[in-house]
Design a protein around this ligand. Structure first.
Ligand code: PLP
Length: 436
C-alpha cells in the first residue's frame, strides 16, 4: 500500500510499521514527518547488495539534499554508501553526523570560495567541478592549503530526463556542468590536466530527477562512455571514473511505475562493460547518486484536518495544519501525492482539494484527493514525502518545522525535534533587547 509494505491498514486505521498513525500524531503533534526506517534500510541494502557488492570497483553516494538529517546519514554510511553535498551547510551536517570526509563528495553549480576552502580543509573525497572558473578557483585554494584535490568534471550529456522541466538537468540549456555541444568540456579537461594540485579522475553527469524510464539511464551510460572515448582521443586522458548521477524514480501514486533499481543497474553495467571492451580500456570505476529513491517512499506526513469548506458547485477545500512550509513540491512543480484519512482509511469517498494553512492560494497539498467522510480533527496522511519535504521546508508564515520520527517494528523514536517559537527568533538581532 502507498509505495511501502510498511504502510498497512488495521481496523480501518493506518499503521506505519506497527504503530498507529493517530498515536504518532497524538504523541508528537502535527504536522509530523514519519519515516518507516525499515523502508529506508531495505533500500540502502538494495543499493549495497544489488550494486556495490555485485559489481566491483563501484561506489554510491546518497544525495543528501533529499533528506538532510543525521539519523539518515548514519544509516547511509552503515550500508556502505557515501554522501553527496552541495553546500558548506550540508558538509557541516554530514561531518557532525560522523561521516568520514573521504566519503563525502562536493557538488554544486556555484560553490563559494569559502565553501570550497572548507571542503578542502576537511579533506572531502572528491570535488565535482561544474564550470570553467572553478578550475582556477580550486587550484588556488588547493595550492594555498598545500594539498592535492581529486576532481571529476560534470558534463552535460544532452540526454534529457526528469518528470518536470524544473528537475531536468541533462539538456543543452542548463546551468549545470560543462557543455558538450562545443569544446567546453575538452578545454576543462586540458586545464585540469595542466594544473598542479588538481587530480582529474573522470567525468560526472546527472540528467534529471524522478526518472521512471530505464532506457534513459542506458542512454546516459552509453553517451558517457562516448565522452570517455572522445576525451581520450582529444587529450590522451583516460577517465578512471564515470559517475552517472541519480534520478532513480519512485511511485508517488498508484499510477506511477517505480524504476527497478537492480535491473536498471544491470543494464547500465552491461553497457559500460561492453563499451569499455570496445574502447580497449579497463572498465572505469562507476558511481551513482540516488537521493529520492532511497528516502521518498519511507516518508509519510501526518496532518490534522481543520477547516472544511464547500464552495457550492465548485469544490470542497479541506485544510490541514501544514502545507507549503513543510511540502513545497506541489506549489513548486505540481507534484502529486496520495492521501488517506489515517483514522478512517475506508468509507464513502469524497473528492476534496487538500490545502495548507499558509496565506497563499497556491498552498496546495493534493488536488482531487479521494478521502473517506472527512471531518475536522481527523488525521490526514500524505504518502511518499520522505524526499525533498523536510529538506525543502521553510518557516514561511513562521510555521514551525515539524519533528521527524523514525518508526521501526512497533517502536517510534524522534530523530529531529519540532521547532519551538524560540527557534524562530534565534537569529533576529532586533529582538535582543526584548529578550534581555
Ligand atoms: C539532486 C541530485 C541527485 C539526486 O537526485 P534524485 O532524483 O533525488 O536521485 C544526484 N546527483 C546530483 C548532482 C544532484 O543534483
Amino acid at each position: 500500500m502507498y509505495g511501502s509494505s510498511y504502510l498497512t491498514e488495521q481496523d480501518n486505521t493506518l499503521q506505519i510499521d506497527g504503530v498507529e498513525a493517530t498515536d504518532l500524531a497524538a504523541q508528537y503533534g502535527t504536522p509530523l514527518y514519519v519515516m518507516a526506517e525499515r523502508e529506508l534500510t531495505d533500500r540502502l541494502a538494495t543499493v549495497r547488495d544489488g550494486f556495490l557488492t555485485k559489481y566491483p570497483n563501484t561506489y554510491a553516494s546518497f544525495a543528501s539534499k533529499a533528506l538532510t538529517i543525521g539519523a539518515v546519514y548514519q544509516q547511509v554510511v552503515r550500508h556502505g554508501l557515501g554522501i553527496d553535498v552541495v553546500t558548506g551547510g550540508e558538509l557541516y551536517i554530514a561531518r557532525q553526523a560522523g561521516v568520514p570526509a573521504e566519503r563525502i563528495y562536493f557538488h554544486g553549480s556555484n560553490k563559494s570560495t569559502q565553501d570550497l576552502r572548507y571542503a578542502v580543509e576537511e579533506g572531502v573525497g572528491k570535488i565535482v567541478i561544474d564550470h570553467y572558473g572553478e578550475i582556477a578557483q580550486l587550484e588556488q585554494i588547493a595550492a594555498d592549503a598545500c594539498q592535492t584535490v581529486n576532481v571529476l568534471i560534470r558534463i552535460v550529456p544532452q540526454v534529457i530526463g526528469g518528470a518536470h522541466t524544473k528537475i531536468q538537468t541533462g539538456g543543452v540549456d542548463t546551468k549545470f556542468g560543462f557543455s558538450t555541444h562545443d569544446d567546453s568540456y575538452l578545454e576543462a579537461v586540458r586545464a585540469i590536466l595542466a594544473s598542479e594540485h588538481l587530480v582529474l579522475l573522470g567525468i560526472h553527469c546527472h540528467v534529471g530527477s524522478q526518472i521512471q524510464d530505464r532506457t534513459l539511464f542506458e542512454r546516459t551510460a552509453r553517451t558517457m562512455m562516448g565522452f570517455v572515448e572522445t576525451i581520450r582521443q582529444e587529450t590522451e586522458f583516460t577517465a578512471s571514473e564515470v559517475n552517472v548521477g541519480g534520478g532513480f524514480g519512485i511511485a508517488y501514486t498508484k499510477d506511477d511505475v517505480p524504476l527497478d533499481f537492480e535491473q536498471t543497474m544491470e543494464h547500465v553495467m552491461t553497457i559500460i562493460e561492453e563499451e569499455s571492451t570496445r574502447l580497449g580500456i579497463e572498465r572505469p570505476r562507476i558511481g551513482i547518486e540516488p537521493g529520492r529513491w532511497v528516502v521518498a517512499n519511507a516518508g509519510t506526513t501526518l496532518y490534522t484536518v481543520g477547516a472544511i469548506k464547500e464552495v457550492q458547485g465548485v469544490r470542497t477545500y479541506l485544510s490541514v495544519d501544514g502545507g507549503m512550509a513543510d511540502n513545497i513540491r506541489p506549489a513548486l512543480y505540481g507534484a502529486v501525492y496520495e492521501t488517506v484519512i489515517a483514522n478512517r482509511v475506508t468509507g464513502t469517498l469524497r473528492e476534496v482539494t487538500v490545502v495548507g494553512a499558509a496565506c497563499e492560494s497556491g498552498d496546495l497539498v493534493a488536488e482531487k484527493a479521494q478521502v473517506a467522510e472527512p471531518a475536522s480533527g481527523d488525521t490526514l496522511a500524505v504518502f511518499g514525502t520522505g524526499a525533498y519535504n523536510f529538506s525543502m521546508a521553510s518557516n514561511y508564515n513562521q510555521f514551525l518545522r515539524p519533528a521527524v520520527v523514525f518508526v521501526n517494528q512497533g517502536e517510534a523514536r524522534e530523530v529531529v525535534r519540532r521547532q519551538t517559537y524560540a527557534d524562530l527568533v534565534t537569529c533576529d538581532l532586533g529582538l535582543e533587547n526584548v529578550r534581555s
